[in-house]
Design a protein around this ligand. Structure first.
Ligand SMILES: [Zn+2]
Length: 505
């Protein structure tokens, strides 16, 4: 191993790129079921020289004294990446342990062991409410077993932020991750306030129609009501790639980006049931991994991952490595949302999916999206408070209360730490969502309600994709004429769609 303090900036950049390629390949192969298990710890160990404070300090000093804006942005991203590597290396044993715990946990159903990870799928598809609640209780019991490890993880995250020189974890994420957490807080409060009335009224109507008492409704009930499997026949697995590819071709783009994007659709026993996009080297090696089973949620997942794949498959090969592989992931999430949200768009449901009357399906999807938006806003507000404390135990009941207030149904309190990404990925999702609403509004205004098959839309996207992630997302709001992050486009859409789908009697 090279001595840490002797590395040059050029050597750090070169080794970061090599490590990135190895890790991305490893994650792709493990998720695609091409190998058994994930050996990321062994790779991180080979690059332990990068995960050291002297390297981070060297990049930090270069960042502070950078001569121009471009170099400063590149170094800012490298600095964040090195801090992430430091974190990933320090926490690799605990992460593997958590992963193993969840992967091997089982519960007993009628005397037979059932994997913890299968429970959510069973619960969503269970028609009997009593049985659903029973499954939810078993899942809560399993989550309870993970609590000691999650508590250990919480302390570890805070310890590492301290080692990196920060007073608290939020300061670390705001600084290193360049996250506008202070601006997002009031926006989340306002989002919750301004969506509450129509959301609660529509939820009441939905639950009443399903015969579920309002004050007993549980998160497992919503998971079942929103599964939309009744429409699966209109979304056959074999039509997925041809239909979506034809739509992308109408945009003047190629779903496989002239060969740079590979669709890994083969069925393998160890393949992840969840689709994902692996950016092994952007733009030339991007893989979209999917096990097509058909159904609307399959189409939505595919479109989401395709948004990521097209973004990286069409980025400019001449752009700096950092802009093609690192940067503000709120940007790539906004393109993923732009594509997966087509499944909520009645024009798309009619034109591309061939639904004669998309309204009954759109009603469910619009309400589900409102639920998700409120959930993420409440989750971010909770996390902003959580990381200011050193003991997360008292926050357990509070999480369940705050999420129940936002979503309108009871929550499983034991899951209060399980869904947390320590780097505030929910803040990236939320910003991506806000930007998608703004971009979608402008694309529809410029190119009409069927903007998703217009070459002019493809031109705009091509220009955006070419940049990779060269700026924080908030800078793109300014380029589209907004002074900063704004919730107005998403609220305007919410009001319009709720009024159409859930009119007040
Ligand atoms: Zn995504």
């Amino acid at each position: 191993m090279r001595a840490g303090s002797n590395m040059t900036l050029a050597a750090i950049r070169e080794r970061c790129a090599a490590l990135y390629h190895e890790l991305a390949t490893e994650y792709y192969r493990a998720g695609a079921g091409l190998q058994e298990g994930l050996n990321s710890a062994a790779i991180l160990d080979r690059y332990a020289d990068l995960a050291a404070l002297p390297q981070l300090r060297l990049v930090e000093a270069a960042w502070q004294s950078a001569g121009n804006d471009l170099e400063r942005r590149r170094l800012g991203l490298l600095r964040e990446h090195l801090a992430w590597l430091y974190d990933a290396h320090a926490g690799r044993e605990l992460n593997d342990r958590l992963h193993h715990l969840e992967a091997t946990a089982t519960v007993s159903i009628d005397g037979a062991p059932v994997p913890y990870r299968s429970l959510q799928g069973m619960l969503v598809n269970e028609a009997s409410r009593a049985r659903r609640l029973q499954l939810a209780e078993l899942r809560a019991g399993a989550l309870e077993q993970f609590v000691p490890t999650h508590l250990e993880w919480f302390a570890e995250v805070q310890r590492i932020s301290g080692e990196l020189g920060y007073d608290d974890h939020i300061a670390r994420c705001a600084d290193l991750g360049d996250l506008p957490l202070a601006s997002l807080r009031p926006l989340c409060v306002e989002l919750l306030e301004r969506t509450a009335g129509p959301y609660e009224a529509a939820l009441g109507t939905l639950l009443a129609a399903a015969g579920i008492p309002r004050d007993e409704a549980h998160s497992s009930d919503l998971a079942h009501l929103f599964r939309v499997t009744a429409y699966d026949a209109q979304f056959p697995a074999e039509a997925l790639v041809p239909r979506v590819s034809a739509m992308v071709a109408a945009l003047g783009l190629d779903a496989r980006a002239e060969g740079r994007i590979t669709f890994d659709l083969e069925d393998r026993p160890l393949k992840s049931p969840r689709p994902y996009c692996s950016v092994i080297a952007a733009p030339e090696e991007v893989v979209l991994v999917l096990r097509p089973v058909g159904g609307l949620s399959d189409y939505a997942s595919f479109l989401h991952e395709l948004g990521h794949a097209l973004h990286f498959g069409y980025c400019d090969p001449q752009a700096p490595w950092e802009f093609r592989h690192l940067g503000d992931n709120a940007i790539t999430e906004s393109y993923a949302f732009l594509f997966d949200r087509l499944t909520v768009n009645p024009h798309w449901l009619h034109r591309v999916a061939g639904l004669a009357d998309p309204l009954p399906l759109a009603r469910l999807l619009v309400l589900r999206e409102a639920m998700m938006l409120r959930k993420y806003a409440a989750q971010l507000l909770f996390e902003l408070d959580l990381w200011t404390t050193s003991d997360p135990l008292p926050a357990r009941a509070e999480w369940a209360q705050r999420l129940a207030a936002a979503v309108g149904v009871q929550q499983v309190a034991a899951g209060w730490l399980a869904g947390i990404d320590p780097m505030f990925y929910c803040a990236r999702y939320l910003q991506g969502w806000l930007f998608e609403a703004l971009l979608g509004q402008q694309l529809a205004a410029a190119n009409g309600p069927e903007w998703f098959v217009q070459p002019a839309t493809g031109q705009t996207l091509r220009q955006l994709f070419a940049r990779g992630q060269d700026q924080p997302l908030r800078a793109l709001f300014a380029e589209l004429g907004e002074p900063g992050l704004t919730i107005e486009p998403i609220l305007a859409r919410f009001d319009r769609e709720m009024a159409t789908c859930w009119p007040t009697p």
